[in-house]
Ligand binder design. Structure first.
Ligand code: HEM
Length: 503
């Protein structure tokens, strides 16, 4: 006796050859109609790009900037859609679309990012699928970290980390900014959102950075589209996530068991009575939210400064004036520039450093290759007249405004003297409308301090791989959605110790 299923199969094979051919032809036509509509479909939700299989949207993962811009050119519309397997994704551009996108109450950042980016270490209830209450709690603690008193305590620690890095770089040398400066900025993020046990141990910080890189690199088309499939990239990502998770939980355990309080962010969370999941969520989540952005911005800022001697001088002069007006003795020696800068109050950094601020602002405009991602949690919303049903996704590429010559002439030119554009969400560096960066105060402080230390410590310039002054200057690669590293070669900082900090 054949089992029932097998008998049915044998029966099916006996079907005559003509019916097979018809069936094949029918299947092929249906398949092609599904996969390759040859012209865009249009309705009140916006034009839909043709194609829906992973390979047709592979460029979304590999060359996102080109892909999204090609979509605008192909459809000749301000808004269009494409399919990401079963999900319909709306891509938004233009003034009205931007306003509607950033003002819409029901557009959710976390859900959008989770599904469309996938660049998250996946720990259920810790980094994804957090309840609203837990997210609110994490944000409340982040606000506490950024109170003036806490930032005042962090300033000497941040500067101490900068000093250690600069001592290790020596009096002169050549540095790859997207490695060296990035590493220092990562250290500062770790210092501010974790604890002394981790931040004081360079080997542990290095491991942590490698695991975060592994999580980022583990984000491929396959891991986003089929998050359940154990591909090698997904396994590496899971491994790195597990390592980060274990490091954080072990550190909390050791701290608790020691009963010895330390002066750091972990202690602040423990003293507030937060449970382990909340603390792990805070540390892992905020390192994702902050470390890469701060690292990229710091690397680009110093790289741009290395191409613009006039801005190096202005930045240095501004920091010297801050020192002078803080009333600190200006007879600093090489090793205590950090101590001198420590005496400048938080408020002075925030209100009396317009040059540093315009450097940060312009750096973000040119080198933050961010694409805002949202999911509509309902009800239906309208974006520039197009319907975005509940459950669907929308994207807004920052390039639409930051690289738009209508707003910023010669957009790739680094020019911090451009007048600030505040109306109509024309600068999005820290977000806009309903969602803005909640770590902005901390990030800006880190960037100001790192830049101040660098310009006081070194005379420097950006050079190409032959050691020649960078000409043309490095150009941010907007297709590199994670790091936005230069698209036109490798660049270095040639630096030599300066006596600017000793004057
Ligand atoms: C230079 C560094 C940084 C930049 C340029 C930056 C930029 C941004 C931007 C543009 C957004 C909005 C994203 C969107 O609309 O899609 C955002 C959100 C956010 N950022 Fe930052 N960020 C930086 C550093 C940090 C740091 C250091 C932290 C925390 C330690 C942080 C925490 C957050 C959080 C929690 C959100 C989400 C806000 C929400 O859910 O409403 N960021 N950031």
């Amino acid at each position: 006796m054949y089992p029932i299923g097998l008998q049915t199969l044998l029966d099916a094979i006996r079907v005559n050859i003509t019916s097979w051919s018809v069936a094949y032809l029918f299947a092929l036509i249906s398949f092609l109609a599904y996969v390759l509509p040859l012209w865009p479909e249009d309705d009140d939700k916006g034009v839909m790009l043709p194609g829906r299989l992973p390979f047709t949207i592979a460029p979304y993962f590999q060359r996102r900037f080109d892909f999204l811009h090609w979509g605008f050119e192909y459809t000749k519309q301000r808004i269009y859609r494409f399919r990401l397997l079963t999900n319909s994704v709306m891509v938004v551009s233009g003034d009205q679309g931007r306003m509607d996108f950033f003002n819409a109450k029901s557009l959710n950042l976390h859900e959008g990012f989770r599904v469309l980016s996938g660049a998250l270490p996946f720990v259920q209830g810790v980094t994804v699928d957090l309840r609203e209450r837990r997210i609110a709690q994490i944000y409340k603690r982040l606000a506490a970290v950024q109170k003036t008193e806490r930032l005042t305590e962090l300033i000497p620690e941040i500067l101490g980390d900068c000093r250690r890095a600069m001592v290790s770089w020596g009096k002169a040398g050549r540095l790859e900014p997207f490695d060296g400066i990035y590493e220092l900025a990562f250290q500062l993020s770790v210092r501010c959102v974790t604890c002394v046990e981790i931040a004081d141990d360079p080997a542990v910080v290095l491991r942590l950075r490698k695991w975060y890189d592994q999580v980022d690199r583990g984000t491929t088309a396959a891991t986003v589209l089929f998050p359940w499939f154990p591909s090698p990239a997904m396994l590496r990502k899971a491994y790195a996530t597990k390592q980060i998770y274990s490091l954080v939980t072990n550190t909390i355990k050791v701290r608790k068991e020691s009963g010895v309080p330390r002066d750091d962010t972990l202690q602040m969370l423990l003293d507030a009575g937060d449970d382990q999941l909340m603390i792990v969520g805070f540390i892992m989540g905020l390192l994702i939210a902050g470390a890469r952005s701060t690292g990229n911005t710091a690397s680009w800022l110093i790289t741009f400064l290395g191409c613009h001697p006039e801005w190096r001088s202005k930045a240095r002069l501004e920091v010297q004036q801050l020192i002078a007006s803080s009333g600190t003795s200006s007879k600093a020696t090489d090793s205590d520039i950090a101590d001198v800068l420590s005496t400048i109050p938080v408020t002075a950094w925030e209100t009396e450093a317009p040059v540093l601020d315009s450097l940060i602002h312009e750096t973000l405009r040119i080198s933050e290759s961010h694409v805002a991602m949202r999911r509509n949690l309902g009800p239906t919303v309208h974006i520039d007249g197009k319907t975005l049903p509940s459950g669907s996704f929308a994207l807004y590429p920052f390039s639409d405004v930051h690289l738009n010559p209508e707003f910023y002439s010669d957009p790739y030119q680094f020019d911090p003297s451009r007048p600030a554009r505040k109306d109509g969400f024309e600068f999005l560096g820290w977000g806009a409308g309903r969602i803005s960066c909640l770590g902005q105060r901390l990030a800006k402080l880190q960037l100001r301090l790192l830049t101040a230390m660098f310009v006081l410590n070194y005379d420097f310039q950006t050079v190409d791989d032959r050691g020649m002054p960078a000409d043309p200057p490095p150009k941010p690669d907007w297709n590199d959605t994670l790091y936005c590293r230069p698209s036109n070669g490798q660049f270095f900082l040639d630096y030599r110790e300066s006596d600017a900090g000793k004057a």
